[in-house]
Design a protein around this ligand. Structure first.
Ligand SMILES: [Zn+2]
Length: 327
């Protein structure tokens, strides 16, 4: 096996998303030696997804000038729900799969052990070990994109709870009787503060008044985080108002969680956060602080995630490496 930087062989980290797959070959010092990226054939089912993932991994290996036999393990961050112990995706809202044995299938193809874990948890763990929350032991990580995912870390360990599904912060209710959420409930943080929620409100607004961004969404079929940020920069009134509203509800939810969990740091990432940056973080923090009663000296930090799109690949590689360490 090829020795990675800092000792130990390289491993593979894969970020499986509903729209794209990203793979990285990661050295022992967590440097990404090669990358691959493909569109996810989400509608085509398990076999096509596995094949595309292998193409993506081979692309990353080629860039790193390595071959499959040079790596010791692989980790995958995947949307769920999962049976993480068995490496099985039970089903997915965004991919046409059911009881997909991704871990065993990928392990067979690569000839190395594979660890599959929840995508948001993987990203949160990446930020905890290598990114914005490095050096802390009690962390809330929130990722705002199409949905809102979270990862809770206490005493240096991910909180999985009795069902190993804990950490679904997007489905904390922040407005009783509020808008319907994808989960079936009403008024969840995700239904008020995700990109989907902002997009729905903008489209609705554009039917009543001048809202260029709402019209753009209807033309393109979806809201891009970059377009949202541009509209805010251009002081598009409706866009500014909706971002403020979303930030308020995200902060309200996070403030409640801070009261319950008492983290040292709250890391906020995801596509919407990356695009809107510090002004958005400031609004979220202000709304959260209004709720927080457990931090009179304001020692709890609110920060932007720092790993960006690499959080998933790096987090997945960490799980792969830890699996090796623990046999
Ligand atoms: Zn929900």
């Amino acid at each position: 096996m090829a020795e990675g930087h800092g000792g130990g062989p390289p491993v593979i980290g894969v970020d499986l998303g509903g729209t794209k797959i990203m793979a990285g070959v990661v050295a022992a010092d967590h440097k990404i030696l090669g990358r691959g990226k493909r569109n996810t054939p989400a509608k085509e089912g398990a076999e096509a997804i596995l094949k595309t993932m292998l193409d993506c991994i081979d692309e990353a290996l080629a860039e790193a000038r390595l071959s499959r036999s040079d790596v010791a393990a692989a980790g995958v961050g995947s949307p769920g729900p999962l049976d993480a112990d068995a490496g099985v995706i039970l089903y997915s809202a965004n991919m046409n799969v059911k009881n997909f044995a991704l871990g065993p299938d990928l392990s067979k193809a690569l000839g190395v052990p594979v660890k599959v874990n929840n995508d948001v948890r993987v990203g949160g763990y990446g930020e905890f070990m290598l990114g914005a929350a490095r050096g802390y032991s009690d962390v809330i990580a929130a990722f705002v994109g199409t949905g809102i995912g979270g990862c809770l870390i206490q005493g240096g360990r991910i909180v999985g709870g009795s069902t190993n599904n804990a950490g679904e912060i997007g489905h904390v209710v922040v407005k009783a009787g509020g808008p319907r959420c994808g989960c079936g409930s009403k008024g969840c943080m995700e239904a008020l503060a995700s990109k989907t929620a902002i997009s729905n409100r903008l489209v609705k607004a554009s039917k009543k008044r001048d809202c260029p961004l709402g019209e753009k969404i209807q033309r393109k079929g979806r809201l891009k985080s970059g377009d949202l940020a541009e509209a805010v920069r251009n002081k598009d009134e409706v866009a500014v108002r909706e971002v403020e509203r979303a930030a308020f509800y995200l902060g309200t939810g996070l403030g409640g969680l801070v009261n319950v969990f008492g983290p040292q740091i709250v890391v906020i990432g995801g596509g919407v956060t990356q695009a809107l940056g510090q002004p958005y973080l400031d609004m979220v923090t202000e709304a959260a602080r209004r709720q927080i009663i457990t931090d009179p000296n304001r020692t709890i930090k609110f920060v932007l995630a720092t790993l960006g799109d690499d959080a998933g690949v790096l987090g997945a590689s960490l799980f792969a490496r830890e699996m090796l360490a623990h046999g």
